[in-house]
Each structure stands twice: as C-alpha cells, then as structure tokens.
Ligand binder design. Structure first.
Ligand code: GLN
Length: 455
C-alpha cells in the first residue's frame, strides 16, 4: 500500500509507469495469509517489483512502449516474470521505456517521456528509464530491465541506482520482446548491490525455452555481495582501467568522480592497472549496424495480423496495404529509422560491407576483452559519459543520442556482465553518476563482491 501511495503521489510527474497493477494488494494479502498459516514462502516474499514493459505478463498489458501493441495482453508470462511470482514478489506494474527499447532517454516512448526524479527537466536514461526512475523515486524497491546496449546500466547511472546486465545467456529471455537477439539480456535494477544480487538469484538460471540459455550452475550472488560488504576489502583484486573509456568526451565532474572511485578502490587494497582496448573505438559503429539488422528482422512480426493494432483502410485494401498502413501508424520515427538501416545493411550486395564487417569488429572487441582480462580481474569505466541531460536536448540528433552508449555497448558485443553503481554527484550539476564494473563471462559473482565492497 505504501508503494501504491507513493506511485499515486509522484507518478503524475515522474511517469515511470505505463500500467499500475490492480492485483498488487490482493497478491500481497494472499502472501500474508500463507505466512500466517505457516506455509513456506518464496525467497523475496512480499517485496514489490516494477517490470519493464518489454516483458510479457498475463495479468497486465505489454506494449514495449509502442502504439502498435497498445492494449495487447500476452497469453503467457515471461520466464523471469514466472520466477518473480514463484518467489512471491508482488508485481506493482509495467514501466515506461523507449519504443522497443531503442533509445537512451525514454523520450522515444509512444506514451510520453519519463522524467528523472532527481530533476524533472532531465531524462532518466533509456531505454529502461521507467524502471530506474521507479526505483530512484521510491515507487518500487526493485525493478526488472533489459540491456541490449546499456538500457539497464545507463538509466541506473543517471538516476543514482544499481543496475546489472548479466552474462549473455545467464537470465532467460523467453517472453522478453526481442530487440537484438545476440545482445539482449534481462537484469535487475535496485538501490543497493545486495538487492540486485537477491533479485538476480531469483531470475537467473537455465531455461529450456531460451535456446541461448546457459546450463551453468550459478553461485549465490547474494552470498557474493554479502562477502564483499563484510570484507570491504579489494586486496588482491586487479582493477583494469580501460584507457579508451577514460578522459576525452567525458563530463568533467564524471571524470573526477571516476578518479575518486579509483582512489577508493586503491585504498581498499586493489591494484589499479591501465589496460588498452583499441577496438572499443569502433564499438558504436558496429553496434548500430548489428542492432538495426537484428531488430529489423525481429520486428517483422508486428505485421497487423498476429499482434496488436490493425489500421483500417477506407474502402478496403490488400494485405500489404493493411500491413504498411499499420506499421506507418503504429511505429515511431526511431523504430522506422532502425528498420530502414537494418534492412539496408542486410540487403544483397551490402551484407559483407556492413553486417559482415560489423561482425568482424565484434570479434576484435571480444579479443580486446580477452586480453584485458589476462591483466585484470575486473574492468572499470564511468557507466555513461555525462550525467542526465535535459529532455529534448538530443531528441533530434540521433548520433548524439547514440554516442551516449560508448561505455556500455562493448559488454553487450562481447556478452560479458556489467554493473553500474552510484559513485557520487557531479560537482557542476549535483546529479548522480555511475561507476561501471565489468567481469569475464560467467563471473557475475565478481561484480557483486567488488560492488558491495565499494558501497
Ligand atoms: N541506447 C541503446 C540503443 O538505443 C540501448 C538499447 C538497449 O539496451 N535496449 O540501442
């Protein structure tokens, strides 16, 4: 009730939610009744959670921030949503996002932007700005996000929250509406590292319904976080500073906070080493070919026949006319831009020059990570080049918007896990900035130990 009250009080301004569940109180009451009857309860029984609207839910609409899915209700739950219910968490609602998770500011939502609770004229990051804002505004203690190029970590950074992109394959994507299938991961947003770990423990693990799901036995991330929080020591940890993600292009206050964080890590016993990742320079260029290519294919299913909206054509029309009119009316400018880019990059004669080259760059970036991880146990950088910018500031300049992702995209291209945690407020604007920690694939536990030691 307290969280619903908080939503009622602030969400008119923040607009983190696209839909607030009308079942939250009854779900909580039934958990209470089971508790009173002495029945066993799930791991996070009674804890409210907000769910990014890219995740399918049977009891609430799922729009992915798009007009084309307005009012659509999924016939099945995403695996992560099923796991939330099994662990007795209480879904509060669905959170706002850039349409089909394309964006860094949540301004590309068809349902209006979300505002940053720290300063309502600022963006909350994107695409998962709704999830991060809900957590930062104390509307929900936990949220789920999805991260294809930074959509969990960057919103966490600019709202002073914690966000984790797990190892590719570590968390099921079944029932997560696909953006770019070789990059997408679902993960936690929270206010503390331990909270993120507790949620990661609930949602992680193998799922036979996701063909990319890893069969690993995962350690307890909560235990990893508790160990870090207890020792508060980074003795023996080699922390690699990625040279290419430090310095030019970063807001002065963010740069200062990052170097203070490095001092804190050194004081906690870490060995700070400089590592070089020369191919990171090409990460944005490669990503903005691979992502549109995969997205143009994934979004072909929104054809007016199988899902959601269907445009009416006066006097009738062919199937193709109806599809074209529906996609014209139902999809926003950024989505159309990427579909056009993607189909072009995949077209005969251009495939090798664009998609093929981008895949080669991707391999080089993976090799950079491999080399860096021989010198360091974790890599660090600022989570984003700046604090939250003003609404409207980059909306009409796609390239400026894309450049935000310079720090987060490499981890997606290589499939390695990454965390953003708060590192303080920038001197020039008093807004939060994030520290990004990255670990080798499958070593998500390391993020929680190191992150909790710093918190
Ligand atoms: N800003 C990135 C993009 O627009 C993030 C996408 C994501 O992680 N979903 O593609």
């Amino acid at each position: 009730q307290a969280h619903l009250d908080r939503i009622a009080a602030v969400d008119g301004d923040v607009h983190a939610f696209l839909h607030v569940s009308d079942a939250a109180l009854s779900t909580a009451a039934s958990i209470d009744a089971r508790r009173a009857a002495g029945e066993p309860l799930g791991a996070l029984a009674g804890v409210p959670i907000a769910i990014k609207d890219i995740l399918c839910t049977t009891d609430m609409p799922t729009t992915a921030g798009s007009r084309i899915l307005e009012g659509w209700v999924s016939p099945y739950d995403a695996t992560v949503v099923r796991k939330l219910r099994e662990a007795d968490l209480v879904p509060l609602g669905k959170t706002n996002m850039d349409e089909f998770a394309m964006g860094s500011s949540t301004e590309h939502s068809a349902y209006g932007p979300t505002r940053n609770p720290w300063s309502l004229d600022r963006i909350p990051g994107g695409s998962g700005g709704g999830s991060a804002a809900a957590v930062a505004a104390f509307e929900s203690p936990l949220a789920l996000g999805s991260d294809t190029g930074g959509s969990i970590r960057q919103p966490a950074a600019v709202t002073g929250s914690v966000g984790v992109k797990p190892t590719y394959g570590g968390v099921s994507r079944y029932g997560a509406i696909a953006l770019a299938s070789s990059l997408d991961q679902v993960g936690p947003v929270s206010r503390t590292v331990l909270d993120a770990a507790l949620l990661h423990d609930v949602i992680g693990g193998h799922d036979r319904r996701d063909s990319t799901s890893l069969r690993d036995e995962w350690p307890s991330f909560a235990e990893a976080a508790r160990a870090g929080a207890q020792s508060r020591s980074l003795k023996g940890v080699r922390v690699g500073v990625v040279k290419e993600l430090d310095g030019e292009g970063f807001q002065a206050g963010v740069h200062t906070l990052f170097h203070q964080a490095l001092d804190t890590m050194a004081a906690a016993g870490a060995e700070i080493v400089e590592v070089s990742a020369p191919s990171f320079e090409y990460a944005i260029a490669a990503y903005y070919l691979i992502l549109p290519a995969e997205a143009s294919s994934n979004l072909a299913k929104f054809d007016s026949v199988r899902f959601g909206m269907r445009a009416k054509i006066p006097g009738g029309g062919t199937v193709e006319d109806v599809m074209a009119a529906t996609r014209e009316a139902g999809l926003g400018d950024e989505v159309k831009r990427r579909i056009i880019l993607g189909t072009y990059a995949l077209s005969a004669g251009y495939y090798d020059a664009y998609y093929g080259s981008a895949q080669k760059v991707r391999t080089l970036i993976q090799r950079d990570f491999d080399a860096a991880f021989t010198q360091a146990d974790v890599l660090v950088s600022p989570s984003a080049p700046t604090t939250a910018f003003k609404l409207g500031e980059k909306l009409n300049d796609p390239l400026a918007m894309y450049l935000n992702d310079v720090t987060t995209i490499p981890a997606n291209l290589a499939g390695v896990p990454g965390m953003s945690l708060p590192m303080g407020l920038a001197a020039e604007d008093g807004l939060p900035a994030g520290l990004q920690i990255m670990a080798p694939a499958r070593e998500d536990a390391r993020l929680y130990t190191v992150g909790a030691a710093l918190e």
